[in-house]
Design a protein around this ligand. Structure first.
Ligand code: 5RP
Length: 217
């Protein structure tokens, strides 16, 4: 199976978490796009969706799926999203698509966070994928220096503005031995909106798609 086929399979599998009449949280990215395709087949089963990005909202609305705000929804029973990397503790790196801040808000607001990946993203140690950090523009150069002090190599994501109007620094070469500690210390730097480590609030269920099928952790 190629990566797209694996994404479609894992997206199909995630449908089993949906309960009748529920409000669902949905993340962003190509795996989530596959999930939205699947979701459109059973859309009458759900009440509404809270979406983590403008692009997911657009796709959902094109399928005539009702999109509501987090303010309307309150807490979210189930949140379904992809990731760029996961370790065996279901701690993640996210933000390859740049929607990390709203994704982290939705993950934090959810009772159950189901993450869909393919086997190429399941790693023993996080950090091969550069860590995305959403940053307020005026702080970018001072933050870059702080991130270098942490051992990283920050690279500005070119021609990219987040849905919140900010920029992204992708930080290469970080030695992520303690994901929770690093998540907290990066978030404490003034000018950081969010970083893409999802370790304080990891996934509850991880679905890994491979040639052998879907493994659930
Ligand atoms: C977007 C994300 C995505 O979940 C992550 O980048 C994975 O994307 P894809 O499903 O396209 O591989 O965090 O901000």
């Amino acid at each position: 199976m190629n990566q797209n086929e694996k994404k479609m399979k894992v997206a199909e599998e995630a449908l089993q978490y949906i309960e009748s009449g529920c409000i669902l949280g949905v993340g962003s990215g190509t795996t989530v796009n596959c999930f939205i395709e699947q979701l459109s087949k059973i859309k009458s089963k759900i009440d509404a969706v809270v979406s983590a990005s403008e692009s997911s909202s657009k796709l959902l609305m094109s399928k005539n799926i009702r999109v509501i705000s987090l303010k309307e929804a309150g807490r979210i029973p189930i949140y379904i999203d992809g990731a760029d990397e996961s370790n065996s503790l279901k701690q993640l790196i996210k933000g390859g698509g740049g929607a990390l801040t709203r994704e982290k808000i939705l993950a934090q607001s959810s009772d159950r966070f189901v993450c869909m990946i393919d086997d190429s993203k399941f790693v023993s140690k996080l950090g091969n994928f550069p860590l995305p950090i959403e940053v307020i523009d005026v702080a970018s150069s001072i933050l870059a220096l702080e991130l270098i002090k942490l051992g990283g190599r920050p690279v500005l994501r070119e021609s990219f503005i987040t849905d919140n109007g900010n920029i992204i620094l992708d930080v290469h070469n970080l030695n992520i031995t303690e994901p929770i500690k690093l998540e907290k210390s990066i978030n404490n730097l003034p000018g950081v909106v969010t970083n893409g480590l999802f370790a304080i609030r990891p996934a509850d269920d991880l679905l890994i798609s491979s040639d052998k099928g879907i493994e659930k952790i």
